[in-house]
Design a protein around this ligand. Structure first.
Ligand SMILES: Nc1ncnc2c1ncn2[C@@H]1O[C@H](COP(=O)(O)OP(=O)(O)OP(=O)(O)O)[C@@H](O)[C@H]1O
Length: 288
């Protein structure tokens, strides 16, 4: 179960919104091929993560061998017939059980990098190695297969099926990941308990707060036991209390499920929760 954070102002309940409607169309695509992360703005609240940052950092990161290595990665897009150089030589490593944050101004390239790390896109130059796989060389089918087995995605807008309960949403991800039916019940229960939703399992998204919806999305993303969890501004739609709860859940997931988490954020106040922060400015890391 998550460790609930103290000293928070209370949150507001989110009403169902277009995010869920959008999620339905995302779900219609195969689970193995999630949509690329959308680019968004976020409001931040300096109080939001004060207690989260007060949480003790749990187990030490396993530095024996990187889970993912990014070397000299460049990514350009053609905009109006002109090349737009978005990533200009990125080097980074993610280690098992590490919580890594990518911070930087809007448009600096964080989401573009997250899409590459998740195998949703490929670099124009450089290498991305995930375990024994080479994302920069592999074709769509191979990357889809690796994503299905090894990577979980969390979106700012929760990406839940609006007509399914929390339980059914998590179960759906196991079904789409090809996990044997005999494992569904115990795994769904475990994941929803892990994110603190044991008592909300049969609620549908519109019956849950924004923070609870995001925790269902987290349960859904980790259900198939990925080794890497990628989250694009997972707290951006949440108030301070809910955002802090999400960060506490992330810490518990790392500790108990032994996953690596890489997330983007605009919020400088949560940086102390991270094991490592990469700051991106104009397509490069400035503190690497
Ligand atoms: N597919 C694409 N085609 C053209 N331009 C793109 C594409 N993807 C990203 N860009 C551009 O790359 C730049 C970086 O975008 P990106 O979304 O990676 O930034 P970001 O740091 O994640 O921003 P935000 O914090 O607002 O989400 C932007 O100028 C964006 O318009």
């Amino acid at each position: 179960m998550i460790r609930w954070l103290k000293n928070k102002k209370s949150g507001t309940k989110n009403e169902p919104d277009s995010a869920n409607t959008g999620a339905a169309s995302q779900e219609e695509a195969p689970a193995s091929h999630p949509p690329a992360f959308a680019r968004t703005d976020v409001s931040s609240d300096p109080e939001a993560y004060s207690a989260a940052t007060a949480e003790p950092k749990p187990s030490a990161v396993d530095f024996s061998r990187p889970l993912l290595t990014v070397t000299g990665v460049e990514r350009s897009f053609s905009v109006g017939g002109q090349p737009l150089h978005v990533l200009k030589g990125i080097n980074m490593e993610l280690y098992p059980t590490q919580l890594v944050m990518l911070k930087g101004r809007s448009g600096s390239g964080k989401t573009t990098l997250l899409n590459l790390i998740g195998g949703l896109d490929q670099p124009n130059r450089g290498e991305i190695r995930f375990k024994e796989h080479s994302f920069h060389r592999s074709g769509d089918d191979e990357r889809t297969y690796i994503r299905r087995k090894e990577i979980g995605f969390i979106f700012q807008s929760f990406a839940l099926m609006p007509l399914l309960s929390a339980w059914e949403n998590v179960e759906l991800s196991l079904r789409m990941a090809g996990i044997p039916r005999s494992e569904w019940k115990s795994r769904v229960t475990h994941c929803l308990e892990l994110v603190g939703l044991a008592k909300r399992m049969h609620h549908r998204p519109f019956e849950l707060s924004g923070g609870e919806q995001q925790r269902v999305a987290i349960a859904k993303a980790i259900a198939h036991r990925p080794s890497l969890l990628l989250a694009d501004e997972p707290t951006a739609e949440l108030d301070s209390q809910m955002g802090a709860q999400v960060m506490a859940v992330f810490r518990d997931i790392i500790r108990t499920e032994r996953m690596t988490i890489c997330m983007t954020t605009h919020d400088p106040t949560i940086m102390e929760v991270a094991d490592r922060v990469f700051e991106m400015v104009d397509g490069k890391f400035i503190n690497n």
